[in-house]
Write a protein that binds this ligand. Structure first.
Ligand code: C2E
Ligand code: CA
Ligand code: CA
Ligand code: CA
Length: 275
């Protein structure tokens, strides 16, 4: 028999309760996660498509929870943004990544994700400056990745913060490009140093001709604006063929390297000699 409307509503409310309770629990546990050393970061290579040369690494946060196991950033970052814990977490990631990259004797760039909430922080430029000073990483080796949605809220304030960061010599990439609802306006309002095409376009490209047309258009846009374009989510040789045919410069994806432990100095020595 079908559940009555009352039963269904009750079930729905119970689901809501559980998800609210889950979020509250996660929020509480996030507060002690740094002190308990439950966070670590992984590094995923970004390469030139033509030469396969390493350009740098994107830093991806992981939370090893003592009971829940590995919790995905897609799950806990939104909660950390809601509670404001993202400020401390974001700064921790930044310090961790910059300290690691400062040990490498090369010009590789370290790309760190900065959440929309962090961008609303007027002292973000000071935090970045402080971390660079402490770790000794030159500003030119740091790149921050921000999504389009980061600029939508208080646009004037976000742009002001971005301009100050750029003036410090830190590169700014627009992440998940094409998935927000004001991509062109965002691109028009700030001189980004890199466009990262969202992986959904490549991952759908073999089923949908539209996806390939969009990739082509974004690459043309990058050329017109003189901004390098990186394609995310490169998983197969078919993806590489498509990107080569369309003239994409930079790639990142499982085919070229999964997110992993910090590269060893030996790996870096080989990579920077073109291997
Ligand atoms: P994102 O910034 O778009 O990061 C790329 C995501 O795609 C990563 O997921 C990465 O592991 C995954 N990926 C890389 N190559 C491939 C591929 O070839 N195929 C597929 N299907 N996926 C690929 P991850 O590590 O689970 O991170 C998810 C999201 O969480 C990130 O998306 C980012 O928005 C957020 N995130 C991760 N670390 C941080 C952080 O330190 N700070 C902030 N604010 N957000 C973070
Ligand atoms: Ca990213
Ligand atoms: Ca992305
Ligand atoms: Ca994303």
């Amino acid at each position: 028999a079908k559940a009555s409307l009352e039963e269904r509503i009750c079930y729905y409310e119970k689901g809501m309760d559980e998800s609210a309770r889950y979020r509250r629990q996660i929020a509480g546990e996030l507060r002690s996660a740094i002190d308990r050393n439950e966070f670590y970061v992984l590094y995923q290579p970004q390469r030139s498509l033509k030469t396969q040369m390493l350009i740098g690494y994107e830093v991806l946060l992981r939370w090893q929870h003592p009971v829940r196991g590995l919790v995905s950033p897609a799950e806990f970052i939104p909660i950390a943004e809601e509670t404001g814990e993202i400020f401390r977490i974001g700064e921790w990631v930044l310090r961790e990544a910059c300290a690691e990259a400062a040990k490498w004797d090369n010009e590789l760039v370290i790309a760190v994700n900065i959440s929309a909430v962090q961008l609303s922080q007027p002292n973000l430029p000071e935090i970045l400056a402080q971390v660079l000073l402490e770790t000794g990483l030159p500003a030119r080796r740091l790149e921050i990745e921000i999504t389009e949605t980061a600029i939508i809220g208080d646009k004037a304030r976000a742009l002001h913060v971005l301009r100050r960061i750029k003036a410090m010599g830190i590169a700014i990439a627009i992440d998940d490009f094409g998935t927000g609802y004001s991509s062109l306006d965002t691109l028009n309002s700030f001189a980004f140093d890199k466009i990262k095409i969202d992986k959904s376009f490549l991952l759908l490209s073999h089923d949908r001709p539209q996806a390939r047309a969009i990739i082509r258009a974004v690459l043309a846009l990058g050329r017109s604006l003189d901004v390098p374009v990186l394609a995310e989510g490169v998983e197969s040789n078919a993806h590489v063929d498509l990107l080569e045919a369309e003239g994409c410069e930079q790639v990142q994806g499982y085919l070229f390297g999964r997110p992993g432990a910090a590269p060893s100095l030996a790996t870096l020595a080989i990579a920077s000699s073109g291997g």
